[in-house]
Write a protein that binds this ligand. Structure first.
Ligand code: DAH
Length: 343
């Protein structure tokens, strides 16, 4: 093939390949293939050596012209494609600053935690320390030590999840009482917040797990008056308004005498409404003077010391405070319910 023809072939081949180039990368590759050290134009230059002396300037110019043509094509195409690519990239990265921001959900404490913390704060501010006991406990701390003999009918008051003959899920936070008595000397003034479990049918009023705050005070000459004053003060701190209380006799094996505490309905102030079922009063918790047998079980001299104890249901207080009518709402994790409480 003559040099002339070769130049034409390379030129046409280049133009065809240029048409197919769709990205700046393709252009760079073409540049290497045609203008690079081992490229087609360099090969033509080699052939120029074989041309006659007379032909050489003519073909030399033709090859140079082709080189110039190819490099300007490549330069233009490269600029165009690179610009297109950059624009596309920016379009993909485009941020519309006028769009409203995405909503972030803030975490918050669960209503039961909030209520529990408020109870703890109130008691701590009154000089109570905080003690805890295990969720899985022995029959002794949950029942026997609290004056429930093995065949005591009061055991039926609390349906129990047994793990073995001796181990169970505690049915109340009263299991902390004897434990603390074993480890501390009077005066003892503490609360024990925590989870409790009962093998009950779940309904709007009862659940298999719930929380209680136990409180007890043991010293010389502790009397009912101490209990009443403490409870009244607690309710003022918790509800942040004066609350009228009423105590009724009741029975729990670990206290003598035992009683239940009611508060004047916080919704109708005693007038009668659906919350208090028209009685004007709300049943809140159990309490009493610690039974001498319990003090003995904890190694405390029941002749010298006396004490009071009470156990308050956390969910029960939260339900009263916020007029929640179904205890199951606490464990269903429905955000529409949980979002309502910041306390
Ligand atoms: N432990 C009892 C319950 O869960 C509540 C209770 C009643 C606790 C009287 C006490 C008390 O400390 O004195 O039903």
């Amino acid at each position: 093939m003559t040099l002339d023809a070769q130049i034409t072939v390379i030129r046409n081949k280049f133009l065809q390949e240029l048409k197919l180039a769709k990205t700046s990368k393709h252009i760079e590759r073409l540049k290497v293939n045609y203008l690079g050290k081992k490229g087609s134009l360099q090969a033509l230059m080699q052939l120029l050596k074989d041309a006659t002396k007379e032909d050489r300037p003519f073909f030399g110019k033709q090859i140079n012209d082709l080189k110039f043509e190819i490099s300007s094509h490549l330069e233009n195409s490269f600029k165009r494609l690179a610009l297109e690519e950059e624009t596309l990239k920016l379009e993909n990265e485009y941020i519309d600053v006028t769009l409203p921001g995405r909503k972030h959900f803030w975490g918050r404490y669960h209503i039961v935690t909030l209520t529990m913390n408020k109870m703890i704060d109130a008691f701590v501010s009154m000089g109570f320390s905080v003690e805890t006991g295990p969720d899985i406990d022995s029959d002794f701390y949950n029942f026997e030590g609290l004056n429930f003999a093995k065949d005591h009918p009061a055991r039926d008051m609390q349906d129990t999840f047994y793990i073995s003959e001796d181990l169970l899920l505690r049915t109340h936070t009263s299991n902390v009482q004897v434990r603390v008595m074993e480890n501390f000397k009077p005066p003892i003034r503490c609360i024990a917040p925590g989870k409790c479990f009962r093998n009950e049918t779940i309904s709007s009023r009862s659940h298999v797990f719930f929380n209680q705050v136990e409180l007890f005070y043991i010293d010389e000459n502790v009397s009912f008056a101490d209990l009443f004053a403490t409870i009244d003060q607690f309710f003022v701190k918790f509800f942040e308004k004066p609350i009228e209380t009423r105590f009724r006799p009741s029975y729990f094996p670990f206290v003598e005498p035992g009683m239940e505490c009611d508060i004047k309905c916080i919704l109708c102030s005693g007038q009668g409404c659906s919350l208090c079922k028209n009685t004007g009063w709300l049943e809140v918790f159990g309490a009493g003077m610690i039974h001498p047998n319990v003090l003995k079980a904890g190694g405390i001299d029941s002749e010298k010391y006396s004490g009071y104890a009470a156990g308050i249901g956390v969910e029960r207080l939260a339900m009263l405070m916020h007029q929640i009518n179904d205890i199951r709402l606490f464990t269903e994790n429905d955000m529409r319910f949980l979002e309502q409480f910041d306390l």
